[in-house]
Design a binder for this molecule. Structure first.
Ligand code: UDP
Length: 239
């Protein structure tokens, strides 16, 4: 029998790096397709899906500004990087027969729809996957904040943070400490005060202030995203 999804509408946030495979930079289409299959398997359960994809595989504003670029320009470049990633995901999902819309916070009508809240909600009701691109449209923010903002605006029941190489939130870096422990559940305030790298602080605060639960899980596990939506698997719940 089909597992029963516990959620009706969710936000999936992945970093840009999730799309680069072993290349160390840019986009790796087979990896994009692998993640698209994970998304499709949840879409097949009837869950309405919002997505935000980072841009770190192409450009990060902070890195650019550390190397002498003007910060806001560098941030706009980072936002544009997320648009490319969104288009790659759109292409992969539509190749699998899932209808999608890329909705950009920066207007570029030839490439993506502009963000109009009611219109995006309608797309979700029609079971189109909405990929929100260009972050919040503002410099000095991150795609984690964009994911939290859009999740709130779209009335998502939870944010799913798909990670690479880690299956939840640990008390210390599991890559460096063999005795690191994964939290089953952890509070927003503990994430903030213990600086448990789930999301940046403004994104966590925005989720906390709106009681939006965050599920941190591994994207490496095939079927992992679907399993968690059905109440199984390994993850940390931030609430
Ligand atoms: N960015 C921004 N405003 C936003 C979202 C993103 O200025 O609302 C820029 C910022 O420079 C950031 C880059 O876009 O470094 C890529 O996003 P992010 O670092 O969140 O990507 P990820 O780490 O998730 O791949």
């Amino acid at each position: 029998a089909e597992p029963q999804a516990k959620f009706k509408r969710v936000m999936l946030k992945i970093s840009g790096e999730a799309l680069m495979g072993d290349q160390g930079f840019g986009l790796h289409p087979p990896t994009v397709e692998r993640i698209a299959r994970e998304v499709k398997s949840v879409h097949d359960l009837g869950v309405e899906i919002c997505m935000v994809i980072g841009g770190g595989n192409v450009f990060r504003g902070l890195q650019g500004s550390a190397q002498g670029m003007e910060r806001t320009t560098a941030d706009y470049m980072g936002m544009l990087a997320t648009v490319m990633n969104a288009l790659a995901m759109q292409s992969a999902l539509e190749g699998l027969g899932v209808f999608t819309r890329v909705i950009s916070a920066i207007t570029m009508n030839e490439v993506a729809e502009p963000y109009i809240r009611r219109r995006a909600v309608r797309h979700l009701e029609k079971k189109r996957v909405c990929i929100f691109a260009a972050g919040t449209g503002n410099p000095y923010f991150t795609t984690d904040t964009a994911a939290t903002l859009r999740a709130n605006e779209m009335s998502c029941e939870a944010i799913f943070m798909g990670k690479n190489g880690v299956d939840g939130v640990y008390d210390k870096d599991p890559a460096k400490h063999a005795d690191a422990k994964r939290y089953e559940q952890v509070s927003y305030d503990d994430v903030l005060t213990k600086r448990l790298g789930v999301m940046d602080a403004s994104a966590i605060a925005l989720a906390r202030d709106n009681n939006l639960p965050i599920f941190v899980f591994s994207l490496d596990e095939p079927g992992g995203f679907r399993g968690i939506l059905a109440g199984e698997g390994t993850y940390t719940r931030v609430q």
